[in-house]
Design a protein around this ligand. Structure first.
Ligand SMILES: Cc1ncc(COP(=O)(O)O)c(C=O)c1O
Length: 360
């Protein structure tokens, strides 16, 4: 029964039923037996060698360019700390992932949001800013199943961005944690695949195996590797080798590929139910992109409609993230709906409650 229970559209976390506990137990036991002395000692800051070698082959980079961290966010934070000054500019999609916005804000750099309209980056706005003389150091983007909108960047926009990054000399930071979670259709090439020399790629196993492992990675251009590695070494020495070895073992056994198929089978009907219920409840009163993967659908409410205030939400039995966190400015009419950790029944009920709270 969902009726009396709070339905929380707050966190983009995987559901506990997705955790491959038995298999991770087996991996932990195997790696400790095989390599316990190395895993339980301090290690080099760049990460557990076998995992780095695997990533080297997967992304066709040199091993020196790969850093494995305690989640990808930790690596982004380190990159920001070692490479940005308060006078530097950073561009971000607007809306974007709220924690990343916090990391960039904390660095004191100048932030410029480039709007997403129906999931499409406003290239005119971007080109105007560049032509007016603004020179970003980085443009942080989530091209596949963006958090929070769910949008996928079309191929032409990917190519255009790369061209602009070459013309105006900035790096694209591509964040790809949802890229492999596609429930329908075909993948587009990543920015990194299109132009590895212009892209700092980051991703993690948080959404593909488990966030609790805290294993993420970053592919860095040669000129940034040493400063990121040194900062990591001086700050936390190394991220957990034990967890990296468990993730590595899981991948080597072919279980990541199987896990992905199970995750897609679990999440696909959740996404489909959410989209169907939105169509029934919000048609004509809000816009949203219809993602074919990932964790989120972002709603833009039509003119005259507002996100219910906290007490109205509580009365409706709902919890939502504060959408202003996803925007540099604004966000009052935006709602992020994470769908992976709710059952189809909860999603239907949650969207109906939301519609009643907004429209009645
Ligand atoms: C776009 C994006 N990047 C990074 C992360 C966090 O990744 P990690 O667990 O590897 O730090 C998230 C988690 O929600 C995310 O949505």
């Amino acid at each position: 029964m969902t009726d009396n229970h709070l339905i929380a559209f707050t966190r983009g976390v995987p559901p506990v039923e997705s955790f491959p506990i038995k298999r991770l137990e087996e991996c932990a036991q195997a790696v400790l037996e095989r390599d316990g002395n190395r895993l339980l000692q301090y290690g080099k800051a760049a990460g557990y060698e076998p995992l780095r070698e695997r990533l080297t082959a997967q992304y066709s980079v040199s091993k020196g360019q790969i850093i494995v961290g305690s989640g990808s966010l930790q690596l982004l934070d380190t990159l920001v700390r070692v490479s940005l000054q308060p006078q530097d500019y950073v561009f971000l999609e607007q809306p974007t992932y709220d924690r990343v916005l916090t990391i960039f804000r904390r660095s004191g750099t100048q932030l410029e949001g480039i709007n997403l309209h129906n999931g499409l980056l406003d290239m005119t706005q971007l080109e105007e800013k560049l032509r007016s003389g603004l020179r970003p150091r980085y443009f942080y983007l989530i091209p596949d199943f963006q958090n929070p909108s769910g949008a996928v960047m079309p191929l032409a926009a990917r190519r255009k961005l790369i061209e602009l990054s070459k013309t105006y000399g900035f790096y694209l930071i591509e964040d790809g944690p949802y890229r492999d979670l596609r429930y329908h259709g075909q993948a587009l090439p990543s920015l990194f695949e299109l132009a590895p020399e212009r892209v700092i790629y980051m991703s993690s196993y948080s959404k593909l195996i488990s966030p609790g492992l805290r294993v993420g990675f970053m592919l860095l251009p040669p000129e940034l590797v040493e400063s990121v590695r040194k900062f990591a070494e001086d700050t936390y020495i190394n991220a957990s080798y034990l967890n990296q070895a468990i993730a590595y073992e899981f991948i080597q056994r072919g279980w990541l590929a199987e896990n992905l198929e199970q995750l897609k089978a679990l999440y696909r009907p959740r996404l489909d139910t959410l989209l169907q219920t939105l169509e029934a409840e919000f048609f004509g009163r809000a816009d949203w992109v219809k993602p074919a993967g990932g964790f989120f659908v972002g709603l833009n409410l039509g003119a005259g409609y507002c996100v219910p205030n906290p007490s109205a939400l509580q009365a409706a039995g709902l919890a939502l993230s504060d959408s202003r966190g996803f925007f540099i400015q604004g966000g009052e009419q935006f709602i992020r709906l994470p769908f992976c950790a709710l059952t189809p029944e909860q999603l239907q009920e949650g969207v109906r409650r939301l519609s009643r709270a907004i429209f009645s």
